[in-house]
Design a protein around this ligand. Structure first.
Ligand code: NAD
Length: 340
């Protein structure tokens, strides 16, 4: 029978990385019945909306989805289907681990986890233009919404994650020196939750701009980071840069009712359809999905196969300095997984 999982291949390189991830997950021997749906720009073209009801209903039924990147127009146009999915299913915790597979520049042993608040902050979509005189777009107002409940649950999630994964420290990232309301509610609430874990998990707080700089010059001081929606979005791309780029950065969006696993990267329109995209990020997200399903042995085997292929066997896609195409890299992983 197997697990039922919703599959949303997505736009741009999405179909290439999703096909690869499905092959690799199937090579672990874990039986999965995929329920495939469209979303994003492809769904706008075919169905007139970025997040069609059948995709939403499928996730409601399965509770688990593997999702490729979805295109969102810059500036105007339709609202992000990614943000909508997080809000519909209240996927409040975005887990983004980054770990060195191949030493990149001077960074040899990066092992960091970003826990990003996924439903509040500046991404709530409360924004509008204000007309002044005859200029309808004279002023733009974007409102960041921070709630005590939202702060409590994500900071507690970060500490519980640290306990369960034997991590040593949680760094709370903020801008409470300037953002006197949202920033201070975030920081004060976080400090209260942190007190429950005193003596078990170390805690510190750091201002966002300093954190961005410290991540580049002394990343080893960090372990688990927890921050608000937009800061987490930006810092996790920076963290991906410490391990060689977006091709290796996986992400899980978790809430009470569902879990959606995806790559951190977007649709990569500059390389779509060329057979050169690195599928490892979505494959590693697939490993997080296997862990979530309770198939932790299969999840570990996928992570080990990705590490062996890239580090020991030198099978690397172009973004990692290699020459392997998406299918060659995928076939190598399938061979490694079928062998053990
Ligand atoms: P992007 O992540 O798509 O690409 C940034 C750069 O990284 C490009 O040069 C791309 O070729 C490269 N890159 C990304 N993933 C790669 C991979 N797996 N292998 C090799 N190279 C890779 O970011 P962008 O160009 O800013 O965004 C393009 C679109 O993706 C936008 O519409 C954006 O809204 C969307 N997006 C979606 C998600 C999501 O669905 N979760 C996330 C980010 C961006």
């Amino acid at each position: 029978m197997g697990y039922r999982v919703t599959l949303i291949p997505g736009d741009g390189v999405g179909s290439e990385v999703a096909a690869s991830a499905v092959k690799v997950i199937e090579a672990t021997g874990v039986a999965i019945r995929w329920d495939s749906h469209t979303a994003g720009a492809g769904a706008v073209e075919r169905r007139g909306q970025p997040l069609p009801d059948p995709a939403i209903e499928s996730i409601r039924g399965t509770g688990v989805a593997l999702k490729g990147p979805l295109e969102t127009p810059v500036g105007g146009g339709f609202r992000s289907a990614n943000v909508a999915l997080r809000q519909i299913f209240d996927l409040y915790a975005n887990i983004r681990p980054v770990r060195t597979i191949l030493p990149f520049r001077s960074y040899e042993a990066i092992d960091l986890v970003m826990i990003r608040e996924n439903t509040e902050g500046l991404y709530v979509g409360v924004e509008h233009f204000v007309k002044v005189g005859d200029d309808p777009r004279a002023v733009a107002e974007s409102i960041a919404v921070i709630t005590r409940t939202g702060c409590e649950r994500i900071v507690r999630f970060a500490f519980e994650y640290a306990v369960q994964h034997a991590r040593r420290k949680v760094t709370m990232v903020h801008k409470a020196n300037i953002l006197k309301t949202g920033g201070s509610l975030w920081l004060d609430t976080g400090r209260e939750i942190a007190a429950d874990y005193a003596g078990r998990i170390a805690f510190e707080d750091k201002i966002i701009d300093n954190t961005a700089m410290q991540l580049v010059i002394r990343p080893e001081q960090f372990d688990v980071l927890v921050t608000t929606n937009m800061f987490g979005d930006i810092l996790s791309d920076e963290m991906a840069g410490l391990v060689g780029g977006l091709g290796l950065a996986a992400s899980a969006n978790v809430g009470a009712g569902a879990a959606i696993f995806e790559a951190v990267h977007g649709t990569a329109p500059d390389i779509a359809g060329q057979g050169v995209v690195n599928p490892a990020a979505l494959i590693l997200a697939g490993a997080m999905m296997l862990d979530h399903l309770g198939e932790t042995d299969a999840g570990c085997r996928v992570r080990e196969a990705v590490t062996k292929a890239i580090r020991d066997d030198g099978v690397r896609t172009r973004d990692l300095g290699g020459t392997a195409g998406t299918s060659e890299f995928t076939a190598h992983l399938v061979k490694l997984l079928r062998r053990n």
